[in-house]
Design a protein around this ligand. Structure first.
Ligand code: HEM
Length: 451
């Protein structure tokens, strides 16, 4: 396989000064690392009095997310970034509220539900292909915005039974603006208390005001539709015996809209980028699609046979993890296990788990900067530490939508790659930027070629 140089920010020879670090994190957190961060188990950072620790060892990550999970709460940094928009939805909430809502929502993500979501996924992918078919040959598209719009249409239909174009437009615009205006600032990095107003929080709320109006309209439809919204509207809180409040339902709906489309869109976008750079992988993928599908549209039942398609997506999320950073706050002193000895993490420390680093760690992966779907061949994964690869997180707070996302990504990849090859657009520079998710700064321009 040829090995092109893949888009990634340069690694700094030395640590950045605190001021430069702050500026860089605001712009793109994945651009803030020194080369040594890709080789170490622990990276410490200090902002005046606040200590940040990047935990870069699978066994230590396992302790934080699973073995001693009660000692690590979702961080104030995360809450300041997300709560202005998502309120207390499943990503930001904790304790009993989180537990009872996770229980209420879980059935919408079980295997039977996933099978029922496959037809709308395939139909929406088909609608994109029909639109592309009508374009002149050799046209350039922005795969990032195409994937964003497609996954948004899918989440709206699957979870909320709506295709209202006004809602889709408003969510798309609102969430793009939100990520631009709500960025981590000095107050967040210093851990200043929440009552000190953050720049951007009000602008973030304003960005989603239109979304709130349309969600209120959606909720007014009532609880009888058998979807996630119907489930939330008819649930009773096990603690109070009362229905969820309109605010609680709104927060879960916005959370699922936000978490449920952009991440999968990024996973697919980076997959198209990587395939555009690796014709050999495209050939192997096409051979699998031709063999399994024999020219017909993919179905849910085909997924186990589409093994290479899954491997491509998994390898793409290794190199470009849509959720590139997770953060927690340490509640009491703890000892994190390392290859040799342990590392004492103090109460109040901000702990960062960074799949962008873990997935490119020089000691965990062979030639980590190369695209090699075979790393995810059956058998190959068993040899790796379970927490060396974690695009969906791990432990009790693992992504509730992982199965949904993989089903969707495989069905979209299969539908599109069966009919089109997406080639690099001459002159277009691809640059990954670590905002809340990992986005290509200038979109992803690719040339459409009919197979
Ligand atoms: C490729 C796509 C996706 C990626 C990479 C991804 C990644 C993640 C990660 C890393 C977490 C854990 C965060 C943490 O521990 O701090 C998470 C949580 C979550 N994800 Fe996803 N996600 C994806 C798709 C989805 C989809 C499709 C949905 C919903 C339909 C979804 C809903 C959620 C929710 C609600 C949580 C919070 C779960 C909890 O704390 O109980 N995600 N996701």
């Amino acid at each position: 396989m040829s090995d092109p140089v893949l888009a990634a920010p340069p690694r700094h020879a030395k640590r950045l000064s605190p001021l430069k670090l702050l500026r860089t994190i605001k712009e793109s957190s994945i651009a803030s690392f020194a080369a040594a961060a890709f080789e170490k188990e622990i990276v410490e950072r200090r902002f005046l009095w606040r200590r940040h620790v990047i935990v870069n060892s699978p066994e230590a990550v396992k302790r934080i997310l699973l073995d001693n999970v009660e000692n690590y709460a979702k961080s104030d940094l995360l809450r300041h970034l997300l709560e202005p928009g998502l309120g207390k939805g499943l990503i930001t909430s904790s304790g009993e509220l989180w537990r009872s809502h996770r229980r209420i929502m879980a059935p919408a993500f079980d295997p039977r539900s996933l099978a029922a979501y496959a037809p709308p996924m395939i139909e929406e992918a088909g609608a994109v292909l029909a639109r592309w078919d009508a374009l002149p040959a050799g046209v350039t598209i922005d795969a990032a915005s195409e994937m964003m719009r497609l996954t948004l249409a899918i989440i709206a239909r699957a979870m909320f039974s709506t295709s209202d174009p006004e809602l889709l437009d408003t969510v798309e615009r609102g969430m793009a603006t939100y990520q631009e205006v709500v960025r981590p600032g000095l107050f967040d990095l210093l851990g200043l208390p929440s009552w000190i107003p953050r720049r951007g929080a009000a602008a973030g709320r304003r960005a989603l005001a239109g979304v709130d109006d349309l969600i209120a309209r959606l909720m007014a439809r009532g609880k009888d539709t058998p979807d996630l919204l119907g489930r939330l509207l008819s649930a009773t809180d096990p603690l109070t015996g009362q229905p969820l409040s309109p605010r609680e339902v709104r927060d879960e709906v916005v959370t699922i809209f936000a978490a449920g489309h952009e991440t999968t869109a990024q996973a697919l976008t980076w997959t198209w980028y990587l395939l555009s750079q690796h014709p050999e992988a495209v050939a192997e993928l096409e051979a699998e699609l031709d063999r399994v599908l024999e020219g017909r549209s993919p179905r849910y039942e085909d997924i186990p046979q589409l093994a290479y398609a899954r491997m491509v997506i998994e390898e793409s999320m290794r190199l470009y993890p849509p959720a590139h950073t997770m953060s927690r706050i340490t509640l009491a002193d703890d000892d994190l296990p390392l290859a040799e000895g342990s590392y004492r993490v103090r109460r109040g420390t901000l702990v960062l788990i960074v799949p962008w680093l873990l997935h490119r760690h020089e000691l965990l992966w062979n030639r980590p900067e190369r695209f090699r779907p075979e790393r995810f061949a059956p058998g190959a994964t068993a040899k790796r530490h379970r927490f060396a690869y974690m695009p969906f997180g791990g432990g009790p707070r693992v992504c509730i939508g992982a199965g949904f996302a993989m089903t969707e990504a495989i069905l979209i990849l299969a539908s599109v790659a069966q009919r089109y090859r997406l080639r690099p657009a001459p002159g277009h520079v691809v640059e990954p930027v670590g905002l809340i998710t990992l986005r290509p700064r200038n979109g992803l321009k690719l040339v459409l070629e009919r197979r």
